[in-house]
Design a protein around this ligand. Structure first.
Ligand code: ADP
Length: 355
């Protein structure tokens, strides 16, 4: 529940396929200066009712402070949900909803973070003693590539202020990780999934170069620890386990439809959920990193910004993306991340319609 002492003046919401991101400004009542704070929070889109309730409370606070004679609360909406839920927002909130185009908002939000906010943009590399380094403000901001990893992934080349083109994307994105993880591991929240990935060892399920060669494949430049095939070892492990069972002395196999209590079915042991989590997180982030690199080559861009809620400040995700860009570009290109990576669109919508 909102519980501010300040005045709410302006609300922006970016309603995506998975999450509705909300940004609003509050100004302290008893201070002389005009400062205030930007507040960030999100709701699952399938519980848009909770998001609407929250905005309604902001509106009530606004009216309490301003009286009904003054202008009503300004609500700006972007993302697909600005269309899908337009009528509902308008009716349930009884306010005027201003709609803004999604890509434009993303870019305006990112430009704002890059150029105006100190300690927002950073680089990341686990190889360094201090992995997270805040990026220096750059005079030559353009061109750059924005890779927004939400439910799906959009890649946008930005050539100048408000000058952009969506050059590609992939539908193997955050939603893919979220959905497959729930099937594979049964975990229900995104943060649980990330925590599981932290504890896992992908080499238990992924086929590595070393599994195939028994050593580094130096001629091609592949280390033995490089992933040759995501999930490529799973069936072989199951077959090995079955073979082991068949070879067992005097073992009589039971009804194959009966699975044992240890979780081992007639199809062999199920891989450990933590290991699968780590493997899938690598798979999705490596794939996006490689496509991002190829797009940056195709469009002659050196600086690549990664946004979207999938990143969620998670070390393994950022390190994988960053490593992919450095590796493929032979150190020529740089990946950047943002502290408010999920809120680019919402902040852009907020700025566009600032009163
Ligand atoms: P969209 O605009 O498509 O909703 P977002 O940028 O909000 O995209 O990112 C959604 C993705 O972020 C999800 O697919 C999931 O991978 C990840 N994510 C981060 N936090 C959450 C959460 N609390 N619930 C669900 N997914 C989350």
């Amino acid at each position: 529940l909102p519980h501010h002492t300040g005045v709410v003046s302006h609300v922006a919401v970016d309603i995506g396929g998975t999450l509705a991101k909300l940004v609003y400004f509050t100004r302290e009542l008893d201070t002389a200066d005009n400062g205030g704070r930007l507040n960030f929070l999100n709701f699952e889109t399938h519980r848009i009712d909770l998001c609407i309730n929250f905005i309604r409370q902001l509106k009530e606070e606004h009216e309490k402070r301003n009286g009904s004679t003054r202008e009503g609360l300004c609500v700006v909406a972007t993302g697909g949900g600005a269309y899908k839920y337009y009528d509902r927002l308008k009716e349930e909130l009884n306010v005027n909803i201003l709609r803004e185009e999604e890509m434009e908002c993303l870019i305006i939000g990112l430009d704002f973070f890059i150029t105006e906010i100190p300690n927002e943009v950073f680089t990341y590399s686990d190889a360094d003693a201090e992995p997270m380094q805040y990026a220096e403000a750059r005079a030559d901001v353009y061109p750059y590539l924005l890779v927004n990893i939400g439910s799906g992934v959009s890649m946008i080349k930005v050539s100048g202020p408000r000058q952009f083109e969506r050059v590609g994307g992939t539908h193997l994105g955050g939603g893919t990780f979220w959905g497959l993880m729930s099937l594979l591991t049964g975990s229900r929240t995104f943060d649980d999934m990330l925590a599981m990935a932290d504890r896992g060892d992908n080499s238990a399920v992924d086929m590595l170069v070393g599994d195939i060669y028994g050593m580094d494949y130096t001629k091609i430049g592949l280390k033995s620890t490089a992933i040759a095939s995501t999930f490529g070892k799973v069936l072989r492990l199951k077959n090995d386990a079955e073979q082991g069972a068949e070879d067992g002395e005097g073992l009589i196999r039971g009804d194959p439809s009966e699975s044992s209590e240890s979780g081992e079915s007639s199809h062999g042991p199920k891989p450990n959920p933590e290991d699968m989590s780590r493997s899938l997180l690598y798979a999705i982030s490596n794939n996006i990193g490689q496509i991002a690199y190829l797009q940056s080559e195709k469009h002659s861009v050196k600086h690549i910004y990664f946004g979207g809620s999938f990143i969620r400040g998670h070390r393994q995700t950022m390190n994988t993306l960053s490593y992919a860009i450095r590796f493929w570009s032979k150190g020529e290109k740089q990946a950047y991340f943002l502290r408010h990576e999920g809120y680019l669109g919402a902040v852009g919508a907020f700025i566009r319609r600032q009163p």
